[in-house]
Ligand binder design. Structure first.
Ligand code: ADP
Ligand code: MG
Length: 265
C-alpha cells in the first residue's frame, strides 16, 4: 500500500481509485417536468479516503449516494468499484442515513452482529468484531439495551458500528448527524474522524454543513444545483489527527470560507 501517514494523510492520493463515477447522469422524469438531478458526474473515490460531498439542498447529493448504494438507477453513465462495473445493491456498500435504521427488537450487540450473522461468520469472530466496535463507540454499558432505550446520538453510534462491522468496501453516509443537537453532532464528528484515523475505511460522507465537511474530509467535493453538478473538488490541508479545537483554528476557518465562496460563486 502507498504511504498514507504523512502530515495531511493526503498521500493516499497516490493510492489507487476505488470507485469511479464515469459520466453519470440522472434525470427524474414525470408527466409535468424533468429534473436533472445529476449531470455528467465524474468522480473518483480513493482507497481509504474520507471524502465529503457538500452542496445546497436539492443539488443531488442523496441521489449520488443512492445510485452508488444501488438504491436508485442512473439514467446513463457507469460506476466502477474495484475495477468492476456496479449493478444493484450489495453488502459491499454499508449505509448510514439520518434516520436511525436499527432493528428495534434487537439490542445493541445484536444489531451490530446482524450482518456478520447473515454472512455466517464464526461465533468467536463475531464476538471479537462486536466487542471491538462497541468499545470504539463507547457503549460497553449499553450492549444489552434496545434502540428505544438509547438517545439519538447513541443510536447513530450503533448504526455506524453496525455498518463498519461488515467491513464494507465503502461506507456511505447521508447527513447522518443532521438530526442531532450541536453538541452531540460535534462528538459524533470527532468519533467518526477517530475511527477513520485508526481503521481507514473508505467513506463517502454527504452533508450540507460546510464545517462538518471541512472537519471530516481529506477532500471535499462541492456540488451545485439545477442541474446537479460537481463544481470543484478541493484537498483539505489540515493535520491528519484532528480534534474539535481545530474548529477555532484560523486555517480551518479560512478553509470553510473557501468552500463557502465556491458554493456561492
Ligand atoms: P439533496 O440530497 O442534495 O438535497 P436530492 O438528491 O435529494 O438532493 O435531489 C436532487 C433533485 O432531484 C431535487 O430537485 C429533487 O427534487 C429531485 N428528486 C430526488 N428524488 C426524486 C424522485 N424520486 N423523483 C423526482 N425527483 C426527485
Ligand atoms: Mg439529501
Amino acid at each position: 500500500m502507498a504511504a498514507i501517514t504523512g502530515e495531511f494523510g493526503l498521500e493516499a492520493k497516490i493510492a489507487s481509485s476505488k470507485i469511479s463515477f464515469e459520466r453519470v447522469n440522472k434525470i427524474y422524469r414525470s408527466k409535468k417536468n424533468e429534473v436533472v438531478a445529476l449531470k455528467n458526474i465524474n468522480l473518483d473515490i480513493l482507497d481509504n479516503e474520507f471524502l465529503c460531498v457538500v452542496g445546497p439542498s436539492g443539488c443531488g447529493k442523496s441521489t449520488l449516494l443512492k445510485i452508488l448504494g444501488g438504491l436508485d438507477d442512473m439514467t446513463s453513465g457507469s460506476i466502477v468499484l474495484n475495477d468492476r462495473e456496479l449493478v444493484g445493491p450489495g453488502a459491499d456498500r454499508g449505509m448510514v442515513f439520518q434516520g436511525y435504521s436499527l432493528f428495534p427488537w434487537l439490542n445493541v450487540e445484536e444489531n451490530i452482529a446482524f450482518g456478520l450473522k447473515i454472512a455466517k461468520k464464526p461465533k468467536e469472530k463475531i464476538k471479537e468484531i462486536v466487542d471491538r466496535y462497541i468499545e470504539a463507540i463507547g457503549l460497553e454499558k449499553f450492549r444489552k439495551s434496545l434502540p428505544k432505550e438509547l438517545s439519538g446520538g447513541m443510536k447513530q453510534r450503533v448504526a455506524i458500528a453496525r455498518s463498519l462491522a461488515n467491513s464494507p468496501e465503502v461506507l456511505l453516509m447521508d447527513e447522518p448527524f443532521g438530526a442531532l443537537d450541536p453538541e452531540t453532532k460535534s462528538s459524533m464528528q470527532l468519533l467518526m474522524r477517530e475511527i477513520w484515523e485508526v481503521e481507514r475505511p473508505t467513506i463517502l460522507f454527504i452533508t450540507h454543513d460546510i464545517e462538518e465537511a471541512a472537519f471530516l474530509g481529506q477532500r471535499v467535493v462541492i456540488m451545485s444545483s439545477g442541474p446537479g453538478e460537481i463544481k470543484e473538488t478541493i484537498p483539505i490541508y489540515l493535520p491528519y489527527q484532528r480534534g474539535l479545537a481545530l474548529k477555532d483554528d484560523p486555517q480551518f476557518i479560512s478553509i470553510k470560507k473557501e468552500i463557502d465562496e465556491i458554493i456561492h460563486r
